[in-house]
Design a protein around this ligand. Structure first.
Ligand code: UDP
Ligand code: MG
Length: 333
């Protein structure tokens, strides 16, 4: 066997979650195939499309299974479908797909994640891969403002990114989506993070590495409706903020403590001034108010201390490493 044949071809894994996307998935697979062919990526890489059915209740899985069956074995563009046992949510589906791909991969392979509703145009895969080939570890596609999106979604998402960046330990760009490309070392570091509830957008940014933000025009949703209801969006936002910052807890408790001290102090001063001006008050009234204020303040202070310890425990439980090494060089290499 020639030496060339023994060298493993580099793999390109394309990971896409799908939840009730029966109408979109056949077109999506077709578009990805066409994009790989047009950019000749399928000649340079062993491409594998990994679709994750996130507990769909429509024919998504049946359609995907049929597509897998129809694929010739050993084709340059292979396909795998994972069926989750129920709907675990977009973030978990993404994680499942990436983990599957990572376990099959080797050093030097590339990964791209994109939505299966064609809002992340597959033709941009080539651009992402170009940057990964140039040595970027994390290519992040940043959505340009889309007038087709409703006012509420645009405003709430803009507000979320601002609040998150203000409170959190990492800054997320506005319009940052889950359309990204990763190098193998980047994902290796990502899978070393042990936390289970994963706000991927935050974690990807937290990891650091050489990152490039690439603006893109989002496509229109080809079929079906958005699976992100307002409640799901709020839950995701809350997960993101609470997993990346203890500030809401600590700031609220600190504000309550300060307010009770302020109120208590002002009330004592107020009653003292009144007393020295010869004003009468109902006997026992200032004592009651003072004790209410005093206990209120003491309890808030106790809670603040408790909050500080709880936030420390939370940081420890997440088990994020103290640092991540991107690359090591030494004179022996
Ligand atoms: N999705 C998923 N599980 C869910 C919700 C969504 O796998 O519980 C998938 C969905 O099929 C799509 C992607 O995640 O491929 C993004 O969802 P969607 O398009 O509904 O969100 P939007 O683009 O409206 O923010
Ligand atoms: Mg979408």
């Amino acid at each position: 066997m020639s030496e060339e044949l023994l060298i493993r071809k580099q793999s390109l894994f394309l990971v896409a979650p799908a939840y009730n996307e029966e109408e979109s998935v056949p077109r999506f697979v077709d578009e990805v195939d066409r994009a790989l062919k047009a950019s000749k990526l399928d000649a340079r890489y062993r491409a594998e499309l990994v679709l994750v059915d996130d507990g769909s209740t429509d024919a998504t899985y049946a359609r995907l299974s049929a597509l897998v069956e129809a694929r010739p074995r050993g084709a340059a563009r292979s396909m795998a479908v994972l069926k989750l046992s129920r709907n675990f949510g977009h973030q978990s589906a993404l994680h499942a797909g990436l983990e599957y791909a990572f376990q099959k991969s080797a050093r030097g392979d590339f990964f791209v994640v994109l939505d299966s509703d064609l809002q992340h145009p597959p033709r941009l895969i080539a651009e992402i891969v170009r940057h990964l080939e140039a040595g970027i570890h994390h290519a992040q596609m940043v959505r340009k403002d889309d007038p087709r999106e409703g006012w509420f979604k645009r405003t709430s998402s803009g507000l979320f990114y601002r609040v998150f960046s203000f409170l959190g330990s990492v800054k997320l760009p506005r319009g940052g989506s889950d359309f990204r490309g990763f190098s193998h070392p980047f994902l290796e570091a990502y899978f070393k993070l042990p936390e289970r509830e994963r706000f991927n957008r935050g974690l990807f940014t937290w990891l650091g590495f050489s990152t490039l933000q690439i603006p893109y025009e989002p496509g229109a949703r080809e079929a079906g409706v958005s699976k992100y209801s307002t409640v799901k969006m709020l839950k995701l936002g809350l997960t993101g903020i609470t997993y990346f910052s203890s500030k809401p807890l600590l700031w609220t408790l600190a504000a309550i403590t300060m307010l009770s001290v302020l109120f208590c102090g002002s009330y004592i001063a107020f009653e003292a001034v009144r007393y020295f001006h010869g004003h009468h008050y109902v006997l026992g009234w200032p004592t009651i108010v003072f004790f209410v204020c005093f206990w209120g303040g003491s309890l808030s202070f106790g809670q603040l201390l408790l909050g500080i310890y709880v936030s420390r425990i939370f940081e420890e439980v997440k088990g994020r490493p103290a640092y991540v090494i991107e690359e090591t060089r030494n004179s022996v290499d």
